[in-house]
Design a protein around this ligand. Structure first.
Ligand SMILES: [Zn+2]
Length: 313
């Protein structure tokens, strides 16, 4: 693959730097927040603050929406099949107008399904440059044969970045170079509301997908959690790609868990074990009651180590 983004080797260095305590700038402290209010809505809309919402449609990933006088800002856009219901839900938000900007937290179709509609009407689609590159090419997951078609040019991100950026509204966004889920992961931080949207770099519901075909790896999950803890503060509410809104303490808990699993898997790798043997070793055993069967996750996570830690990778 011809990618002008960082190489895996560079990514590894950055990831290790992250795990070793590299942090981003000091977080802005938001004002104290009232507890989230649940709007009773068939569309599954959770109101986080006066202007910020999480939209969770059946079978779809979380979408964060900020409604303002200038229109609506979205973090992720659900799948293409869910575009209609999502736009209906967006239109129902208090103070909603037309969508003006969307962030793609990564390239997966569960996040980029609204791109074509928004790109065609000239809206701003912001993503990390690696995300744009993955969307210009077909991708196949070797472990299950799932194929992804590239997006047409009009649906590709039209504003990309490498490290970080900010909008005039004060919203800040940044790259998660640890590569927790893909090598294009990003976060979007709303300082006034003290809400951090993190896409699938953090899983709020069961074991995550480690998409090593596009750069994700278990060490990146650990490094990404550490990095995001530095972006957030103790009052921050964290919106993952799937599952309920998380608290700061959840990031720490997840960090501890994945760091332990990462250590076990690297030990197994260094002993020359195969993915099947890694699964048989049950490195997620004490977490499975809470998280679900870990076999598939362990297999992907172990495979993901090859690309980053094996000498010939
Ligand atoms: Zn994903």
């Amino acid at each position: 693959m011809d990618q002008s983004g960082p190489t895996r080797r560079q990514m590894l260095k950055v990831a290790m730097g992250g795990a070793a305590g590299l942090v981003l700038g000091a977080p802005l402290r938001g004002r104290a927040q009232a507890p989230a209010q649940l709007l009773t809505s068939a569309a599954g809309i959770q109101r986080l603050t006066d202007d910020l919402f999480v939209i969770t449609l059946p079978g779809e990933a979380n979408v964060v929406a900020q409604a303002s006088a200038s229109g609506v800002l979205l973090v992720d856009g659900g799948s293409a099949a869910g575009a209609g219901p999502l736009m209906k839900a967006v239109a129902s938000l208090p103070g909603a107008g037309a969508v003006h900007t969307i962030f793609n937290t990564h390239w997966h179709p569960e996040q980029t399904g609204l791109n074509e509609q928004l790109g065609t009407t000239g809206k701003t689609i912001i993503a990390h440059e690696n995300t744009r590159l993955w969307l210009t090419t077909d991708v196949t997951w070797s472990w299950n044969g799932r194929r992804f078609k590239r997006l047409p040019k009009i649906a590709q991100p039209n504003k990309t970045f490498y490290t970080a950026g900010a909008l005039d509204s004060g919203v800040r966004y940044g790259y998660i170079p640890d590569a927790a889920h893909t090598d294009g992961d990003m976060y979007v931080y709303f300082p006034r509301q003290n809400v951090l949207a993190v896409g699938d770099a953090v899983s709020g519901q069961g074991w995550p997908v480690v998409d090593w075909a596009t750069g994700g790896w278990i060490g990146g999950i650990v490094g990404g959690l550490q990095r995001l803890r530095a972006v957030a503060n103790e009052e921050t509410r964290i919106v993952p790609g799937r599952g309920p809104v998380l608290a700061y303490a959840d990031l720490k808990q997840q960090y501890d868990m994945y760091a332990k699993i990462y250590e076990r898997l690297t030990t197994l790798l260094n002993r020359g074990r195969s993915p099947g043997e890694a699964v048989a070793a049950q490195p997620t055993k004490e977490f499975d009651a809470q998280m679900g069967n870990g076999d598939e996750f362990v297999r992907r996570a172990f495979e993901s180590l090859w690309g980053y830690l094996s000498p010939d990778a």
